[in-house]
Design a binder for this molecule. Structure first.
Ligand SMILES: NC(=O)c1ccc[n+]([C@@H]2O[C@H](COP(=O)([O-])OP(=O)(O)OC[C@H]3O[C@@H](n4cnc5c(N)ncnc54)[C@H](OP(=O)(O)O)[C@@H]3O)[C@@H](O)[C@H]2O)c1
Length: 283
């Protein structure tokens, strides 16, 4: 049995769908049973209703599970609770979505959080595989309302290049490892799209797909943080986001890898494919 947490999220929902498509026994941990996709794509999936903050629900979901795909908002206490439950329930292999730059002394809080969770995973002797995606293309949905209203978006990543990846390819890599975990023990895979892009490239692809000029409005990380706070984001989240965009401007995410193709047997989707597939979300 393969259990996926964060199964209503971007990476998790598609991973569950792919596991079902491979004919594998799949279970999805979700908080709200009404969130099961209604399009039949989860046919045959066992649903475990549970919450990272309620360990008894995690133990129930983990019963009989051989492989765990752990996806969460990466709050250390929550993911550590999932790992502790996996230990109690004798799960054989844990696949974790993490951050490539996760170190205990990272200046970025979410990276320190992932490093803490990874350390806990390793300290408990669990067999694991780490999947570290570059920036997700699906993050662009966050600026879709601004694009619709103003024909542009604000960003503080300068001309920094990044190996942006479609979350569907993260899901595909996760499903491939979950389907056949042998040989992936203790490995870390870096997941990227096929090319390095900038936010100017994003604006150009949106312009092409929408048939209307979409402007990349460059701001400083400080201006960006203020804008995100005014838009309603909590101050620590806005500060952390702006910090990451500032690092991207300096080349922090300018890395590519072939790991998606070697894990899944197909090339990752390009930015153009993502924009074409999701053009309706931006118009
Ligand atoms: N965004 C990026 O560019 C990027 C890049 C690299 C790595 N990552 C990593 O990717 C991971 C996030 O993956 P994602 O984008 O697929 O996540 P997501 O779409 O934000 O979904 C989060 C999932 O966690 C579930 N969840 C939240 N709180 C929960 C709780 N208390 N109990 C049970 N489930 C709970 C949510 O359920 P509900 O639907 O009920 O809320 C949802 O299914 C993070 O670890 C992040 O650091 C992201």
């Amino acid at each position: 049995m393969i259990l996926t947490t964060g199964a209503t999220g971007r990476i998790g929902a598609e991973a569950v769908r792919l596991l079902v498509g491979k004919g594998l026994p799949a279970r999805a941990l979700i908080r709200d049973a009404t969130r099961v996709p209604q399009d039949g794509s989860w046919g045959g999936v066992e649903i475990a209703v549970g919450d990272f903050d309620q360990p008894d629900t995690l133990d129930a979901a983990m019963t009989g599970v051989g492989t765990l795909l752990v996806i969460s908002p990466s709050v250390p206490a929550q993911e550590i609770a999932v790992i502790d439950s996996a230990v109690r329930q004798d799960v054989k292999h844990v696949i974790k979505i993490t951050n490539h730059k996760a170190t205990e002394d990272s200046p970025v809080d979410r990276r320190r959080d992932h490093a803490r969770i990874e350390a806990h995973l390793k300290a408990n002797g669990l067999t694991y595989t780490l999947l570290a995606p570059n920036l997700l293309m699906q993050n662009l949905f966050l600026v879709a309302p601004m694009i619709k209203q103003t024909h542009g978006f604000v960003m503080s990543a300068g001309d920094g290049r990044f190996g942006m990846i479609d979350s569907r390819d993260v899901s595909a890599a996760a499903a491939a490892v979950a389907a056949a975990p042998a040989g992936h023990e203790g490995r870390t895979y870096l997941l990227t799209g096929p090319e390095l892009v900038t936010y100017a490239d994003v604006a150009a692809e949106l312009t092409r797909a929408l048939g209307q000029e979409i402007e990349y409005r460059r701001v400083t990380p400080d201006q960006h943080r203020e804008g995100m706070i005014q838009a309603g984001l909590p101050e620590p989240v806005a500060a952390s986001n702006a910090q990451v965009f500032g690092l991207i401007a300096e080349g922090d995410a300018a890395w590519l890898s072939d790991d998606v193709a070697s894990l899944t047997g197909h090339s990752p989707r390009s930015l153009r494919t993502f924009v074409t597939d999701h053009v309706a979300a931006f118009q």
